[in-house]
Design a protein around this ligand. Structure first.
Ligand code: AHG
Ligand code: MN
Ligand code: MN
Length: 339
C-alpha cells in the first residue's frame, strides 16, 4: 500500500514478480490478459439491461445446460484475449466440449494452459445478482514447441501455479493467488483500474454461515442432512443456529464466506451422483484460493487439490470454507459411513 493511494494490480504484479513460480514475467503478462478480459466482460455485464444481451443464447453447452448470451460473450472474450497474447498454448472452458489448442509457432512455444468458467452463476444474470469468472493456470507437462494435449489439462489441483476469480458484484473485484496468500483488487470504475483493497485475505477459522441449496434436501446423503440439523440446532455456546445464506453463484457465496466465515456445500444427490460443480473449472481454482486463505476444501473425504482428474468436465461434491466448519461437516459424513 502506498502512503497516499492504493497499489494498482499492475504495480502489484511488477513488484511481486519474483515471488511468482519461475518468475520470467510471462505469468504476470498472463494475469494482465485476464485483468483486461475481466474489464471487457464487466463493461458488458454493467450495461446488460440496455444492450439486448440478457437472456438465453438459444444454444446449449456441452453439459446440456442452456447458455445465456453473456456465457457466450464471456467465453469468447477470455479466449480471444488469451489467444491475442503469447503466454498460453491452450484453453479449456466449461462452455466448450473439447479444449482449444492455440496451434501455431508462437503459442506452441508457450508454457501455460488456462482452464476457465467464463461466467459462473449465469442463472443470476437476468436478475441483477452477483456473478463471476473463475480461472486456473498450470504449466504444461507436454514438450514446449508442440501442440498442447489433454494431459496438460488433467493435472491435479496441487499443480496450479495461479488461480482466481472475478466477482461482478456491487463492486467488481479480482481475487487471485500464486501460492503466496490471497489478494483482492477492487475495480475503480472512474479510472478503469483494479486497486489492492483486500490484502492477504483469510477465512475465519470458524464461521456462522452455511450455504447450500436446501431445495435438494431429499436427495442429500444422510450425513449432510444431519450436519444441516446440527447447523440449525440451538447451542448458544457455539453460536448456533448458524445463518443460512445461498446466492446460487458459487463465486459470490464463497467470497462472502471467506470474508465473514462460513461453509459452502454442494453434495452428491440422487439426481447428480457426483454433485453439480466441476472439478477443473470451479473446485480446483477455488480450492487453491481457499487453502491459501487458511480454509479447507474437500469432497467430504479427500482434499480437492489432491484428486487426479480423469476427464475435462468431471464433477465432484464440494465442501469448502472455514476450516473448523468443514471438519465438522466431514465428521458427519464419516459417521454416516461407519454405520
Ligand atoms: P454455472 O453458472 O457456471 O453453470 O455455475 C452454476 C453453479 C454455481 O455457480 C452455483 O453455486 C450452483 O451452480 C448453483 O446450483 P443450484 O442452482 O443447483 O443450487
Ligand atoms: Mn460455475
Ligand atoms: Mn459457467
Amino acid at each position: 500500500m502506498r502512503a497516499d493511494r492504493p497499489t494498482t494490480l499492475g504495480e502489484f504484479l511488477v513488484e511481486n514478480q519474483e515471488k511468482f513460480p519461475y518468475a520470467t514475467g510471462e505469468l504476470s503478462q498472463l494475469l494482465s490478459s485476464i485483468r483486461l478480459a475481466a474489464k471487457v466482460v464487466n463493461r458488458e455485464i454493467n450495461k446488460a439491461g440496455l444492450a439486448d444481451i440478457l437472456g438465453m443464447a438459444g444454444s446449449d453447452n456441452v453439459q446440456g445446460e442452456h447458455q445465456m448470451k453473456l456465457d457466450v460473450f464471456a467465453n469468447d472474450t477470455f479466449i480471444r484475449t488469451l489467444r491475442s497474447m503469447g503466454e498460453v498454448c491452450g484453453v479449456a472452458s466449461e462452455e466448450l466440449e473439447d479444449f482449444i489448442v492455440f496451434d501455431d509457432e508462437l503459442h506452441n512455444e508457450s508454457k501455460y494452459v488456462v482452464l476457465i468458467d467464463p461466467l459462473d452463476g449465469s442463472s443470476n444474470v437476468d436478475v441483477n445478482v452477483s456473478i463471476g469468472t473463475i480461472f486456473s493456470i498450470y504449466r504444461r507437462i507436454s514438450a514446449i514447441g508442440s501442440p498442447v494435449v489433454l494431459e496438460d489439462f488433467l493435472q491435479s489441483g496441487d499443480e496450479q501455479v495461479a488461480a482466481g476469480y472475478v466477482i461482478y458484484g456491487s463492486s467488481t473485484m479480482l481475487v487471485f493467488t500464486t501460492g503466496h496468500g490471497v489478494n483482492g483488487f477492487t475495480l475503480d470504475p472512474s479510472i478503469g483500474t483494479f486497486c489492492l483493497s483486500h490484502p492477504n485475505m483469510r477465512f475465519p477459522e470458524q464461521g456462522q454461515i452455511y450455504s447450500i441449496n436446501e431445495g435438494n434436501y431429499v436427495h442429500f446423503p444422510i450425513g449432510v442432512k444431519r450436519y444441516l440439523k446440527f447447523c440449525q440446532e440451538l447451542d448458544p455456546a457455539s453460536n448456533r443456529p448458524y445463518t443460512s445464506r445461498y446466492i446460487g453463484s458459487l463465486v459470490s457465496d464463497l467470497h462472502r464466506n471467506m470474508i465473514k466465515g462460513g461453509i459452502y456445500i454442494y453434495p452428491t444427490g440422487t439426481t447428480s451422483p457426483k454433485g453439480k460443480l466441476r472439478l477443473l473449472y470451479e473446485c480446483n481454482p477455488l480450492s487453491f484460493i481457499v487453502e491459501q486463505a487458511g480454509g479447507r476444501a474437500t469432497d467430504g473425504f479427500e482434499r480437492i487439490l489432491s484428486l487426479k482428474p480423469t476427464e475435462l468436465h468431471q464433477r465432484v461434491p464440494y465442501f469448502a470454507g472455514s476450516t473448523q466448519m468443514v471438519l465438522e461437516a466431514e465428521s458427519f459424513l464419516r459417521s454416516e459411513n461407519d454405520e
